[in-house]
Design a binder for this molecule. Sequence first.
Ligand code: FES
Ligand SMILES: [Fe+2]
Length: 403
Amino acid sequence: MNRTVSNPEKLTAIQEGILEAADRPLAEAIALPAEAYTDADFYDWELEHIFKKQWLCLGHISQIPNIGDYINLDLLGERLVISRDQENQINVLSRVCMHRGMDLMPDAFGHSQHGNRRSFICPYHHWTYALDGTLMGAPEMDNNVGFEPQKCRLPAFRSEVWEGFILLTFDPELESVTTLYSGLLPFVGHRQMARMEMVANVQWDCQFNWKILVENFMEPYHHMGAHHKTFEPLMPAAGTWTESETAHSITCHLPLAKRIVEDTAAYQKLIEFYLSPELKPEDRQEYAVYLGEPTFLLFIGPDRVYWYRLQPDGPDHMTLNTTLLVLPESKQAENYEQCLKDATESLQRFHLEDMEVCTAVQAGLHTSRYQSGPLSHLEMPIWLFQRYLAKRIRAACPSSFSP
Ligand code: FES
Ligand SMILES: [Fe+2]
């Protein structure tokens, strides 16, 4: 990171292209310049001015319900462990030993990405850390007069829990998640997401830029193409609509087809998990997609929440986890196991459709003749996302661009 910009003129041209797209009215909206998805300098710029300056969602509290539970996660060059300590507090710690820099739980040593432990023991020289990162023991260190165990704790990253989700920021000055994502609360605040449990988690190796995934996730226009067999009959693209612009978040409604809402048997077929009595009438009749900028993606239906975790690691690559969360009452249903199996298969099926188009789009953006095409009004979330990117560019380079 912080590598020298190899082509400053090209970087500026990409940023100006984004501003030009974002400043158009919706009726004249166009896609971003292809280089915004392929250029290494612009990706490095995003690391510094987007990912290092915003909140990034790491997990859900139901993944570490018990004291000693942990998840390992590599993100933007950091090796993290998210742990629940003896005080029942959640910590987001560096997983790198404060002795000589060993990863405390390297994959190559057979460590799984999650589990339960009383402490973290470095495999190299057996320094031992408590679940909150305190150094508890370091053998044969008494002769080093400068050794102060309290100074050797695992560094903690700034984190917050919002509606059951664990988020991290590298920016000590950033406003709290609660403030920044307040625009989402009227839609999701009553969903009891903090009570939900993650019941499916599928990992994908993605050969495309992170923004392709965000845009694909947020725009329902592609139901009529990529999902014409899966989503289009349930949530027809033409009936979808997007809330007007709010700071830090985007909301797009995907109403269920009239024939499903009006047919009890068809509607029941769609509901596989527990329906909360807290739901508002409109919640029962739609799915909706939400973005907490830049990458906190939620896809919420009457009986479920899908949350996607993004780990970008280059302009052309990221790792993605697609997860499913439901209320715990769902498990009491006799047919719960079958419902979960069906829902997990459905998640894989529709996401495979998204994987195919996203991968093909990335390939297309590398070709020579493509130029930013016009957007449909059904792609309003993409236009709003462009306006978010433009704000980040203007905040980072206030004097370089005219307002
Ligand atoms: S590097 Fe961890 S104990 Fe030496
Ligand atoms: Fe999709």
